[in-house]
Structure formats: C-alpha cells, structure tokens
Design a protein around this ligand. Sequence first.
Ligand code: C2O
Ligand code: CU
Ligand code: CU
Length: 461
Amino acid sequence: MDRRSILKAALLGTASLAAPSFSLARTPDGLFELTAGKGQGRLYGDAGGLSELWLYNDRLPGPEIRVKRGERVRVLFKNTLDEPTSVHWHGIRIDNAMDGVAGLTQPPVQPGESFEYDFVAPDAGTYWYHAHTMSWNQVPRGLAGPLIVEDEKPHFPVKRDITLFLSDWRLDDKGLLETASFGAMHDFAHAGRLGNWLTINGQSMPDIPLQQGRWHRLRLINASASRVLDLAPDRFGAQVIGLDGQAFSAPREISGTLQLAPAQRMDLIVRPEKTGTLPFEMMTGKPFTFARFQVTETDSEDLQLTLPPANDLEEPDLSFARELPLVMAGGAMGGMRSLMRDGVSLNPREMMEAGLFWAFNGSAGMEDTPFFTANQGETIVLESRNDTAFPHAIHLHGHHFRVLERNGVKLDHQDWRDTFTTVPEETVKIAFVADNPGKWLLHCHMLGHSASGMMNWFEVS
Ligand code: C2O
Ligand code: CU
Ligand code: CU
C-alpha cells in the first residue's frame, strides 16, 4: 500500500465483520447462473461512498462457485454490460473451447447475449474466474470471483474453510474508484495499474472470525490487476499447504515474506493458540494491516487435521524435454529499441503509437502463428529471462508447470504453479507436460502488461 496516499489507514474503528464469501446455488437443472453487469459497491468502508463497478450477479467479488473435483460445471453466463466480455476459469486444466479467451477460444459474448460454459474441473483446489476480454479494464472494475474445487470429502467444516479474495483498487480522494486513468500508457509501461487500497471479499479492513485451538484453512486469492502482495503467514502462525490450487505433500512453515503475485493463490492452515486479535499484514515497507483475525473461544469440536491430497498431474520428463527461451523485454527503463509486431519491426515512436511496450522473444502481442507448437504429451521447458526493470507474473493457460530453477539454482521445492513470478535480471526455468490440446495463452498477469505486448499463445496438437 502506498502509505503516502491520501487514504492512510483512516478506517480503524469502522471495521466490519467479514461476510463469508457468498456461494452461488445451482438452479434445479444444475446450472450456475452468472450475469455480468453494471453495479455499485463501497470500496472504502462505510465512509467511502458508492463506486461505479462492473460485477457478476451484482456482488463484490463475484459469487463463489464451489464444485467437487471431477464434477461437470455448467455456467449459464449472460452479458448485460455495454461491451463484449467472456469468462476465464483461471488455473483449471479445462477443455480448450471453455477457456473463455475471446478471439482465441471463443467469440466474445456480445451485450445482451449469453454463453454456456460447460466443463469438468479435474483438480481440487483454490481457483478463480475473471473477465478475459479487455481484462485490464474489466477485472479492476470488479469482474472476478472465487472458484473452489473441493475434494470428494471436505477436510474442514464450512466455517473454518475461509476464502479471502484480495483486490487492489485505485481510489480517488473521496474513496471512490478512480476511472480516468484506466488504460493509462504510463501505467502499462511501468509496474501496471497499482492501487492504493485493498479489499478482502469486497470489504475494507474486515474482521475475520477464527476459533481458538481449531484448525482453519485460508484460501488466499490475489485478484489485483498488478499488485504483488508481500505476505508473512508465519506472523500469524499459519503454514502453507498449497500454491495455485496444488496441494503440497506436507505443510510448510515459511519464515519471512512470501509473495502472492496477481492471479496467484496460497492455501494456509492456522490454529490460533490464544483468543484476541491477530493482524493480517502486508509486508511491503513497514507492516501494513489490511484485515484482522478475531479469535474467539468455541465449544465446537476440534477435528483431526487431514490435509487435502495432491492432484494427479503428469510429471514432466526432463530427459526428453524440448527447451525453449522466453525472454521478456521492454517497458520503461528497459532500453528496448525495437520490437516485432506481425513480422514488422516497430521503432520506439511506432511502439508508443501502437501502445506496445513489452515483448516476448522480441515480438509483441498475439500473432497469427503460435509462439510454439507442442505435440500432445511432450515435455516443454521454458527458460525465462527477465530483461526488464519490473517484476512480472507469467501465466500459462490450460496447464500447471513445475518451477525448477531460479538463476540456475535448482529449487528445494519444485512446486506446481499456473503463474510464476520473476524479478529483473532473473532467470526462471519451468517445465510442464503439454497434455491439453488446443490454443492456450501465455501472458503476464499484470493486466496492463499483457494488453501492451506481454501476451502470446501456444498450441498443443
Ligand atoms: Cu487469469 Cu489469461 O488469465
Ligand atoms: Cu488462466
Ligand atoms: Cu508484466
């Protein structure tokens, strides 16, 4: 948070009890009905006034969609906005036709039109859904919500399985969503659209109820357009049990900060020893409290802690892998002199006019031919290098990958992820089995970056 901002931490004392995330019920036909439309919401507490937002089912965040692993999910989506949109199911190893990428996997859903998403969720875990048409504009106005895939049997009682949907907002001095700077080229060429306020499940500084001496599962989702959240779960006694929806084999104590980049998720377990208040802080600069855990006594029964089992993902076979480079370049202070767009070289003035500031391997944006083509079942190793002055959060659609190395050093935990972070001058090696046929995006999840060049696609045939 920018603590120099006019907003400061003025909300102390006006805290609200965090509403549990709202689960969407199915219709008698087994459908989820999801409607995108204009709405309003209070981002800056009760004092803040009503901001004009774009919402799913008139809720902030969108309603939680909860299904079981392996279940068929049918969502009847309706667009009542004034502009086209589509819905992407982030992190789901989905049937390509249901991936929600307008222009690649489906035509955009026009105003007044509907689309039925129909897919199977093969992996349990914490996921989310969000608009995938002009995402840089639609997501930070509110078009996002949680998608939770449960194991066959639930591991935590409902009250102790808590979704925390974290969203960064840029508010003006009245505490209203600032809209004049949407699409600002300056943001796109720098760190992206950063906000100055954070909401949790759509609320400012909520109190999150926890029970003393009982195990809880916290499902953190960073839905911010560009804000990397520096968290320190050990400061409130939590351990990490999974990332990006994929469960670890054992809980992990992490000391110091752990970054949650845009689109990433982190699953925690916590059993508070004492009653009272535990701050939930952001560790950028001085610790900044954005929510509070309120721990109370309870007479409910404790449970035997059993952790969710890992999903069944195919292991990359490194001895038969195809290695491909992924060089990120461009942006302010990046010194990029030219980039390729559809086979044509653009100079800095032309880049500026086209609103393209970033490139993967020298080319910007979606091209007619894929970035690479993989045969189904082939192991791909991407060797990424960040030649820019900014961090990025690179996401692959339709697949999860293992993060193997950073700066040439093999990682102790080669975790599965769908979005990996990279800082300036860093090299990161990832590997995955290209086992899901179709056309898949590969992009930076800092949404202004993907809109201005950091987006391409690959094909699995
Ligand atoms: Cu969260 Cu291309 O998506
Ligand atoms: Cu995705
Ligand atoms: Cu980026």
